[in-house]
Write a protein that binds this ligand. Structure first.
Ligand code: PMM
Length: 286
């Protein structure tokens, strides 16, 4: 676990992937919708994930599940800002999962160190200006459209090349807006305008993103391609809360491929997997 202060000089880089713990303060996220929907429950969950070893907590107030409708800006602010303020006061490093500049600004003012924008600045380009003004870290995720329509855009000739090239364009936009190049992170956006097959191809080819010369974050936790992989004999997907062993396997795969961080709902198993990979490489786990 690393402290909030470790972010002051740029992105912390460890000899192992960082673990980003997810705290969704939403009534409707597919993975944990409704579980931490009150401020107090979300703060308590965040502190629990920190205790389990999360290096950073990602606080989100908008569900991005396929078909989700967007909350009002005021609703999103009410959901995330008090949680971020309370966790930052406990010296936890916090990122805000938002596509809106108003929410990014309020979150950074409340103490967040990073903006995790699943649209990479496409949904609201002013997010880039806010991040630049605050000198914050910024996750550029690969994205093509909002949840209602994104799966219609899951068409690629070569998913690895197209995701990499589209991320390169978004990185360029972020740099042009003045975002600190040393604080940029990319994410292939598993499940966002991707079929299961696209997700597997991306997970097989993570080093393809190395040419972007930016640290890579991967979020596979609880996603539906794991549900279908692990479907029961009747074809029904494995329930969301019973996909953790598979996710730990994916953390192992991502760690072996040298990612900078993994975004997970359950911290303990992924941290164990990361320790195993670190030791297997010949280093001592931190
Ligand atoms: N996935 C979700 C939400 N935010 N952010 C990043 N950077 N990468 C992801 O893969 C990602 C994300 C999907 O929803 P969840 O919060 O229920 O996991």
């Amino acid at each position: 676990m690393i402290s909030r202060g470790s972010w002051s000089g740029g992105l912390p880089v460890l000899p192992r992937p960082l673990v980003m713990g997810v705290v969704n303060v939403t009534p409707d996220s597919f993975s944990d919708g409704g579980r931490h929907a009150t401020t107090d429950a979300a703060i308590a969950h965040g502190l629990l994930l920190r205790e389990q070893g999360a290096d950073i907590l990602d606080i989100g107030g908008e569900s991005t599940r396929p078909g989700a409708t967007r909350p009002l800006v005021a609703e999103e602010l009410d959901r995330v800002v008090p949680v971020i303020r309370a966790l930052a006061a406990e010296e936890v490093a916090v990122s805000v999962d938002t596509m809106r500049h108003e929410v990014a600004a309020a979150a950074l003012e409340a103490g967040a160190v990073m903006v995790n924008d699943v649209s990479g600045g496409l949904a609201d380009p002013q997010v880039l200006d806010v991040v630049a003004e605050h000198g914050a870290a910024y996750v550029v995720m690969h994205w093509r459209a909002h949840s209602e329509v994104m799966q219609q855009l899951a068409t690629y000739d070569d998913v690895l090349v197209e995701v990499r090239d589209e991320l390169a364009q978004r990185l360029e936009a972020a740099r042009a807006a003045g975002v600190d190049p040393a604080r940029l992170v990319v994410d292939p956006g598993l499940g966002f305008a991707k079929t299961a097959e696209h997700n597997w191809e991306l997970l097989r080819g993570l080093p393809e993103l190395d040419s972007l010369d930016v640290p890579v974050l991967v979020g596979s936790s609880r996603k539906s391609f794991l549900g279908s992989l692990l479907a029961g004999p009747d074809g029904s997907p494995r329930p969301v809360h019973d996909r953790e062993a598979a996710n730990v396997a994916l953390t192992t795969i991502a760690a072996i491929q040298g990612v900078w961080a993994v975004r997970v709902h359950e911290v303990r198993g992924s941290l164990d997997a990361i320790k195993v990979v670190t030791r297997w490489r010949g280093d001592q786990p931190t």
